[in-house]
Design a protein around this ligand. Structure first.
Ligand SMILES: Nc1ncnc2c1ncn2[C@@H]1O[C@H](COP(=O)(O)OP(=O)(O)OP(=O)(O)O)[C@@H](O)[C@H]1O
Length: 345
């Protein structure tokens, strides 16, 4: 394959909207810029509009209004095959009756490319993803990782400038998912292409993305590097969705404090009066190896049986061993002022 053919493009969406029916749009006037050659993850709970956004970029779904630009070219109304994008689907969606080679060559066949040429190009791509020696195998004769590489080669055969991935890892078992995730990241870096990857998994997005885009109800809640989004969730929704945060009501409004940045002391321990603190009851103690996870409930609040704890604290194992807590024990949750940040509604 011609090396220069794989050149990344930036994607920009401007006021992009999808209205399937009356009522609230599934995607509501979102603005998003994805840099060429970067890895972007669209993330959010079920129904937030992430797949619809991806399908509109791919051209598998029409936009109700707004624009999609690939570099400076407006591709909003172009057919999928003319956009410069390609899609890799959930669980790779390989044709089971075709060899790896024919799977990869399939879209060239659809475009009327002659057999010898399409096989040569497919073989070249399979070599590139270290699968050349298994070109004759059917998908069922390949491991999950090998299938992923065939799916990648199949998506790359049309020489896309942007690869769109719709929950590509969700059908895999957890162990394989982590392996395949690392492989996807490696391929993205080696190919230098723009990847836009839809996932509902915070962990997956954190591991892969240069830019995370957190969606909720058809809108973008927050966009930034995994570090920025995890350390500075801007809204209560993002703090709760990302996990690992306590959302605490204060007279000044809601604040977020990471669960590994709150400290727990016995009720009667002398504390720095300048430090924000909250009297709590320990409702749960869970050993997690490196950390012990304490479930906590604000003192004086009614606590329904089986309800999940209101707050959590991740206490390093050694710290907990030196000062253990019992379920039902009153305690004080406190944190450095600098560890907290204000959340908007
Ligand atoms: N073809 C369709 N016709 C009507 N409504 C649709 C269609 N596809 C999606 N929707 C609705 O649009 C909203 C967004 O759906 P979308 O599939 O984009 O969400 P998602 O965030 O990708 O969810 P999931 O993780 O469950 O796939 C949902 O309310 C969904 O029911």
């Amino acid at each position: 394959m011609n090396e220069s053919a794989l050149s990344p493009a930036a994607i920009e969406v401007v006021a992009l909207t999808k209205q399937y029916a009356q009522g609230k749009p599934a995607v509501d006037a979102i603005n998003l810029k994805v840099e060429g050659g970067s890895y972007c993850c669209l993330l959010g709970p079920s129904g937030c509009g992430k797949s619809t956004t991806l399908r509109m970029i791919a051209g598998h779904e029409s936009a109700t209004s707004g624009d999609i630009l690939l570099d400076d070219k407006n591709i909003t109304d172009l057919p999928a095959a003319a956009r410069g994008t390609a899609m890799m689907f959930q669980s790779f969606a390989l044709f089971p009756h075709l060899s790896a080679l024919d799977n990869v060559a399939f879209s060239l066949k659809m475009r009327g490319v002659r057999r010898a040429e399409r096989h040569a190009r497919a073989q070249e791509l399979l070599e590139r993803v270290a699968m050349g020696h298994l070109a004759a195998r059917k998908p069922a004769e390949l491991s999950g990782g090998q299938q992923q590489r065939v799916a990648l080669a199949r998506a790359l055969i049309t020489q896309p400038r942007v690869l769109l991935l719709d929950e590509p890892l969700s059908a895999l078992d957890p162990f394989l998912r982590v392996q395949m995730r690392a492989e996807l990241r490696r391929w993205q870096q080696e190919l230098g292409l723009t990847f836009i990857h839809v996932t509902h998994s915070q962990e997956e997005a954190m591991a892969l993305a240069d830019t995370m885009v957190v969606m909720n109800h058809g809108r973008i809640e927050q966009m930034g590097s995994p570090y920025e989004v995890y350390n500075r969730p801007s809204t209560e929704f993002v703090a709760r969705f990302m996990g690992g945060h306590n959302v605490i009501e204060t007279p000044q409004g809601k604040i977020g404090v990471r669960t590994d940045q709150v400290c727990i002391s016995p009720d009667d321990a002398p504390l720095d009066a300048a430090e924000p603190q909250l009297p709590v009851i320990v409702t749960d103690v869970e050993y997690q190896g490196t950390y012990v996870l304490l479930g906590l409930q604000q003192q004086g609040r009614k606590f329904a049986a089986h309800a999940t704890a209101e707050f959590s604290a991740m206490v390093p194992e050694a710290v907990y061993a030196a000062m253990p807590f019992a379920v039902g024990q009153p305690a004080c949750m406190h944190w450095r002022t600098g560890a907290a940040h204000v959340l908007t509604a």
